[in-house]
Design a protein around this ligand. Structure first.
Ligand code: NOJ
Ligand code: CA
Length: 691
């Protein structure tokens, strides 16, 4: 980076001299830098211009983390916004605000940050200008561009954003490729940072010094998603998801871009806590009373299709039949499970249903599915159907039916809907305001608008939304708490499909990469692990499937297996019945990216704690101190652990379930088999029993 800085420096000198000679405002005098230190003092920021180009850099405990990195834009109809700029104003504010999540990994949130607003402007009376607003937190930072209303920038037609992240050190990266056909559904690659290609965010980095970083964004509203392209060495530059209509983003001023974020932590678990920054940078709840958003567990007419036992389309193996759904409703009612998802009930599943146009009818059931009767039957048993809207990527076709489709479910008491956008990346179908149809990216500006439209329309009807093949999570659940979960990574379904199945390290990767962005509808809980289909299997032990309910956070969690597999295994199923989906607090206790993770969470509605521990293909022994427990109580620890000889490949279902009494100050030794895990419920005993 030093070389880059010198080149920029020389360039600035030349620009400055030529400006002087030309008699305009002297650029050299305008090279101005502002600095800011974050709360707790770990992070320091430097923002200014080098040779008239805006740059930012950041350090952690005095060591460079992000070397001088450019800021700016290439526009379609104007010269780029990147040269001839100077800092004309800087303003600082401090904030320490507390807010509550209506549901989430923790209730109490504290947004403590230092803010620096830097105004960059071109010379002359009508020079273009923009602000870059930085917020430094104790464990990360965010910044965004803000464009005020101004005569020469009424509308921005953004070809590319030039934001850079010049990572200052070598290290290891965990990442999935961006711009490839399968959207976010790739296995995580572990490479030197200097061998990353074009990546989605969050991308997780471990620098050689040990510092962990994750680069991501927050509040992706009416803008195209940011991919990161490695330019050279460890230098990354934004690459916005493309648009089928030319400029990647078109916006009228005034407007703000999403926040660009860098999480920083000394270890991998620290990234999980740092990820609160994404929520702090989103706007507060815009929906008012959201008590109708109810975290819950659900079963469904689902895994049977992925196993190829049932079909979505009607026929002899149709899954969404009255008989099957009644059976699932009965099972849910008997086990205190709130939801029953039904896929394949509405017309459109015959033939190739993905990537097409106007394939699905979202209001007409197949003949062997009595929607009204089943909704009433479910209600009579205290259960709710979970809706399903697979669009096959035909956003236009879905938007055309959105009102009636949501109204139908609302009338039947369906208050959460899983949506789906199966189509190759770049092949989603959108209708433009002028009535023409285009094919675009799942994370384009068009897609960002669509997802928010669905969430807002659903909120008007008190319905929660859980999109699969979605746009990535950037914390918008804070503003729209009915956006409860999403897929956006390789889920359990790959263990039925193969090509290939998820390897044992997959979930240990997800925890420190994809999960930094927000909840995931991973669909854990497969008990019949081997085989799923011929030659295919789930590469975990049974105890690890249980641990995933704690480790992979989502306010809606599927118990994904066929109900007969739960009926045949009531002892381990007990954990799925007990484990909550809403938490008072979350403590990431231990872990390494891609190797293992241990997380403890406190139930939002009781004094109970739960713990999940998972490992990759290596067996390991972990010592866990129970410091998170209330010292004034004792707890009955109900432990679900890998049994003797357990192994994800050779012996996945052997499980030991045992109960011991524990209290704060003690430690537990967890022995995880290869591909294994441990799940624990700490049932709080009455305070009077404490010693
Ligand atoms: C892909 C989704 O991830 C899966 O859960 C769903 O069953 C199918 N699409 C069909 O909608
Ligand atoms: Ca999927």
């Amino acid at each position: 980076m030093r070389c880059r800085t010198i080149i920029f420096g020389l360039f600035g000198l030349i620009l400055g001299l030529s400006a002087l000679l030309a008699g305009v405002a002297p650029a050299l005098a305008q090279e101005r830098f502002e600095t800011l230190r974050g709360p707790d003092g770990h992070i320091e920021l430097r923002v200014g211009t080098e040779g008239g180009s805006p740059v930012w850099s950041a350090s952690w405990n005095g060591s460079p983390v992000i070397a001088p990195s450019r800021l700016g834009f290439i526009l379609a109809d104007q010269t780029k916004l990147e040269r001839g700029l100077s800092v004309v104003a800087a303003a600082r504010t401090s904030r320490d605000t507390r807010w509550e999540q209506p549901w989430g990994e923790r209730r109490a949130m504290r947004d403590r940050h230092e803010e620096l607003r830097v105004t960059f402007a071109e010379g002359g009376p009508d020079g273009r200008r923009f602000d870059v607003v930085f917020r430094l937190f104790a464990d990360g930072l965010g910044f965004r561009y803000e464009f005020p209303d101004q005569p020469r920038l009424k509308e921005l037609r953004i070809q590319e954003e030039l934001t850079e992240f010049a990572v200052a050190e070598a290290g290891t990266a965990w990442w999935i490729p961006a711009g490839e056909w399968n959207r976010y559904e790739y296995l995580y690659r572990r490479t030197p940072i200097a061998e990353v290609g074009q990546a989605h965010t969050p991308i997780t980095l471990k620098l050689d010094s040990g510092l962990h970083l994750a680069l991501h964004e927050a509040a992706l509203v009416d803008y195209s998603a940011m991919w990161l392209r490695r330019v050279e060495g460890t230098l990354f530059r934004a690459s916005l998801s493309p648009s089928p209509t030319g400029p990647k983003v078109v916006r009228s001023a005034p407007f703000s871009t999403p926040w660009r974020t860098v999480l920083m932590a000394p270890d991998a678990p620290g990234l999980i806590t740092a990820a609160d920054i994404t929520l702090h940078l989103n706007e507060p709840n815009a929906l008012g009373d959201v008590s109708w958003v109810v975290p819950h567990t659900y079963v469904g007419i689902w895994w049977g299709m992925h196993l190829d036992r049932w079909t979505w389309a009607p026929g002899p193996r149709h899954g969404a039949t009255n008989a099957n759904v009644r059976r699932y409703i009965d099972f849910a009612a008997a086990n205190g499970i709130r939801g029953v998802l039904v896929e394949g009930w509405n017309r459109g599943w015959e033939g190739q249903w993905w990537g097409g146009e106007a394939v699905f009818d979202f209001v007409t059931p197949y003949e062997d599915f009595d929607l009204e009767g089943l909704a009433a039957y479910a209600a009579s048993k205290g259960v709710r159907l979970v809706g399903h809207h697979e669009t096959g990527g035909d956003v236009a076709g879905y938007e055309a039916q959105l009102g009636p489709a949501l109204d139908l479910y609302a009338r039947l008491g369906v208050d959460s809907i899983k949506t789906g956008y199966v189509a190759d990346a770049g092949q989603a179908r959108f209708r433009l305001p002028d009535g023409t149809f285009v094919r675009g990216w799942h994370d384009s500006q068009l897609a960002a608008r669509h997802h928010l439209l669905v969430v807002q329309e659903a909120a008007r009807r008190r319905i929660a939304i859980n999109p699969h093949e979605p746009i990535k999570d950037t914390g918008l659940r804070r503003t729209y708490p009915n956006w409860v979960s999403r897929e956006g990574a390789r889920g359990q379904e790959y263990n039925a499909w193969g090509s290939p199945t998820n390897p044992p390290e997959h979930e240990a990767n997800l925890v420190f990469t994809r999960m930094l962005s927000g909840p995931m509808d991973f669909t854990p809980g497969i008990f019949a692990l081997k085989p799923t289909q011929a030659g295919r299997q789930v590469n975990t032990t049974l105890a690890k499937q249980l641990a995933l309910y704690v480790v992979i956070y989502s306010p809606i969690q599927m118990a994904a297996d066929l109900v007969e597999h739960y009926e045949a295994n009531p002892a381990p199923f007990r954990f799925i019945r007990d484990v909550p989906t809403d938490w008072e607090d979350t403590r990431p206790l231990a872990g390494e990216v891609g190797d293992y993770a241990v997380i403890a969470r406190q139930d939002r509605n009781s004094a109970d704690w739960y713990l999940g521990a998972i490992t990759d293909e290596s067996a390991r022994t972990l010592e866990v101190r129970l410091d998170f427990l209330d010292p004034a109580r004792r707890y009955e620890a109900q432990i679900y652990r890998d049994g003797p000889g357990a192994h994800f490949d050779t012996n996945p279902t052997v499980i030991t379930i045992e109960t011991v009494t524990v209290q704060a100050g003690q430690s537990l030794t967890l022995q995880l088999a290869a591909g294994g895990g441990t799940a624990i419920r700490f049932r709080a005993l009455d305070r009077s029993t404490a010693r």
